[in-house]
Design a binder for this molecule. Sequence first.
Ligand SMILES: Nc1nc2c(ncn2[C@@H]2O[C@H](COP(=O)(O)OP(=O)(O)OP(=O)(O)O)[C@@H](O)[C@H]2O)c(=O)[nH]1
Length: 457
Amino acid sequence: MSAPSGAGSGAQPAVLERSGRQRSLGWRLVWTTLAFCSLFILASVATLTWLAWNTGLARMDAELAQIEQIYSGTLSKAIWELDREALLAHVHSVRDVPAVGRIVVQVALANRPAEVFESTRDGWAGPGRAPTRRLALTYEPYPGAHETVGTLVLQGNEQLLWQQLRRQLATIVLAQLMQSLVLAGLIMLMFNRMVTVHVQRIAAHLAGVGPANLGAQLHLDRAGHAQDELTQLESGVNHLQANLANHLERQQRYEQELADHRDHLARLVAERTAELQTANARLQSLARTDPLTGLPNRRQFDEAKTVEMRRALRTGQGLALLICDIDCFKDYNDHYGHAMGDRCLSAVAHTLQARLARAGDVAARIGGEEFGVILPGTDATGAYLLAQRLVEAVAECGIEHLYSPAARVVTISVGLAVLSPDAHDNFDALFQRADEALYRAKTAGRNQVAGPLGSAA
Ligand SMILES: Nc1nc2c(ncn2[C@@H]2O[C@H](COP(=O)(O)OP(=O)(O)OP(=O)(O)O)[C@@H](O)[C@H]2O)c(=O)[nH]1
């Protein structure tokens, strides 16, 4: 049996392992054929034996009939002539023929007592199933005169029949056995060449088929064969592979499309999220920014004050608060107009913001023309110096204000307060002190700083 070849031969052991002990279809067919052949041998041997027995019987009967024919004349003559020696010689001669088991000659002559001459073969045990022939012996002393002189009984030799049957039986059994073995061998050979080899090839092919090689077609090497079950199986396997390949390709295409859709959706979501975050940040910024000056508004100022208060109380590094108010801004508005007033506010805000050097400093618009400046980690001296610089910086902007009693330009007054080392201090109290200082700066003539160290203090 040739080993299967092809793409899947490497995977064949897995198939065999799964199916347990390998049992060849060819061998199973042989064993089945042999079993049927054995039954057939039994039946045919029995039939042929019966036929051989009957043939033997017929042959022996024909032989006895021939003996009757040969010896009836001489026996009748010996009886008629009362030649006892000749009669006995003929009887013994007949007994020596192998087919004869026993010969009996009954002499029945008129006016003579009946007499019997018989002879039996050595070891003869009765006629059994052997044929027996009985013939009336007649003599013709002169033409036309038929005299009955006795009876001839011939009984066959049964032992000879059995001997012949035994010889024939051996031949019959041997012939049937040979015939069955040759038949089984031929069937196995043909089945192996026509079926088993191709079934193994199909199994090996299927074991090697996977998503990567679904296009590899099964081809059975069968020259000049007709359309049969193996052809159907071959085209069925190829058809199945083609369907699977199509299905797989469709599935991969769908998965790719799905992945593309998913990526597109993810991009859209990311873009929308970024836009929302930007809009949200912008809203947050707008909600905490004064639209006119761009400075943090009151809300952001309140948030910053809470954070910086906690930090100052925790670290003990001090905190200063400035409240800056544009001097005589009502007069400015009244004389230069509201639009100019807005531009003046923006310029002052920009100036204040530009003069704050530290990253933690917060300048916010907390009222109409009022700005709050939180200075973390700053003591009274440092805060006072910064406030002075702010006052000078605003004045140096040179925004004309001819209707101010403080100067010919726009000026600010600043109220300063610093956090008391006293742990019971709070921002409202701090604001209150800064506001009081601002009031002092205003009443002292504006364009100046008032606070713990200031001249207006
Ligand atoms: N143009 C403009 N004016 C504003 C704005 N917010 C408040 N004001 C004006 O600022 C003026 C503030 O006037 P007051 O509170 O009397 O103070 P003042 O005139 O500056 O006087 P002092 O503070 O004593 O120097 C008012 O006339 C408000 O109308 C604003 O956003 N734009």
